[in-house]
Design a protein around this ligand. Structure first.
Ligand code: SF4
Length: 364
């Protein structure tokens, strides 16, 4: 396992228009026994032979009490050994960061990711409180506190159709706030977000955005790390030896990523799958009762592994972009086609193919 994602709470204090989480108004929180069991399940697994990262994510983690986080950090420290150790990471909307959280991040060496979409007008368009007020100002105040306390942070930004006319403004904004890197997600059809403004946009406009952003980045001597550009160029430079190639299949490999919800329910593959309820649920067991080895015998998981592998094989056989992609994301295949066996999706077209194309064309 490479990544353990703990859902500290289902709740989010804001209500982004493109969010995939169905229960973000619920105040349900994780418990200390679930946190301990999650970590113990990893450490007791005979297959766990390497360090891994624990990410606090899904819902707004910082709405949960600090002592739950301190418990996770203490338990991670208690269980770590020479072979298996734990790095801590949090993905937050930034609006609740205060001095107490900064002290916790420093004391426990927590890497911080902040979600913000760009300049105020862009961020406030889709990242709003339930009252309708924009979340930009508190998020920027949180970022400012991180900077004052010397805490590095990376950014995850969501691109919507509104972003496409502002590549220069978006680049300048992120450069000005000083993150270690920026990753661009797209407004995608996933979970309960059924409509993507990106999938509905004119593809030529979308291509122009990436072409322009890439040119700006090159003209600026690549001085801001952009996840998408770094990943693709690293693959071009180092082929199958590159970190991105090795990691590209994580969402397609059972137990490379493990997600645990507030009840202790375990899912794997794409983290977004944990948000799907009902008959279609991808929760395969519970950390309070089941070891990873036991869950691997779950017939539903065995069936899903087989279907995901068939989808990856079909991608490998049919798609020129497989080298850059590794066979796509199971959650997007399910969201768009209701099958893991699918190949090309709108997500891979907009999230991968167009970006690869525009970078490669720039070398022509
Ligand atoms: S780009 Fe799409 S079709 Fe190609 S390998 Fe990835 S998921 Fe499969």
């Amino acid at each position: 396992m490479d990544l353990l994602i703990l859902q500290m709470t289902e709740f989010c204090n804001i209500d982004c228009s493109y969010c995939y989480l169905p229960h973000r108004s619920s105040k349900k929180k994780i418990t200390k026994p679930v946190i301990t069991a999650s970590l113990e399940r990893v450490f007791e697994s005979a297959a766990q032979d390497r360090p891994f990262t624990l990410v606090f994510h899904a819902g707004e983690p910082l709405t949960a009490p600090l002592d739950l986080f301190q418990h996770a950090a203490d338990e991670a420290r208690r269980l770590s050994n020479e072979r298996v150790s734990v790095k801590l990471n949090v993905q937050t909307n930034g609006t609740l960061i205060n001095k107490t959280w900064c002290d916790f991040f420093i004391k426990n060496d927590v890497k911080v990711g902040v979600s913000i979409d760009g300049p105020q007008a862009l961020t406030d368009l889709h990242r709003k409180y339930r009252s309708g007020a924009g979340a930009y100002a508190p998020a920027i105040a949180g970022i400012q506190l991180l900077k004052e306390n010397g805490i590095p942070f990376h950014i995850i930004a969501v691109l919507t159709s509104h972003s496409l006319q502002f590549p220069g403004e978006i680049y300048s904004f992120f450069k000005s706030i000083g993150p270690t890197s920026v990753g661009f997600n797209i407004d995608e059809q996933d979970g309960i977000n059924k409509d993507s403004s990106i999938y509905a946009c004119d593809e030529a406009r979308y291509r122009e955005f990436w072409k322009t952003l890439f040119r700006i980045w090159v003209d600026d001597n690549r001085s801001l790390e952009i996840r998408e550009f770094k990943g693709i160029l690293d693959l071009v430079a180092h082929g199958e030896q590159s970190v991105d190639f090795i990691n590209s299949n994580q969402t397609n490999r059972a137990f490379s990523i493990v997600t645990v919800n507030t009840d202790g329910g375990i899912s794997t593959f794409s983290p977004e799958l944990i948000a799907i309820d009902g008959e279609q649920s991808f929760v395969y067991g519970n950390v309070l009762s089941d070891s990873f080895e036991y869950i691997l015998r779950n017939p539903k998981l065995i069936q899903d592994i087989s279907q995901i592998n068939q989808g990856v094989t079909a991608c490998r056989d049919s798609c020129d972009y497989f080298f850059f992609c590794g066979g796509g994301s199971p959650s997007n295949k399910i969201a768009e086609t209701a099958s893991f066996e699918a190949t090309q999706t709108e997500y891979c077209r907009f999230g991968k193919i167009v970006i690869v194309d525009e970078i490669m064309k720039s070398f022509d």
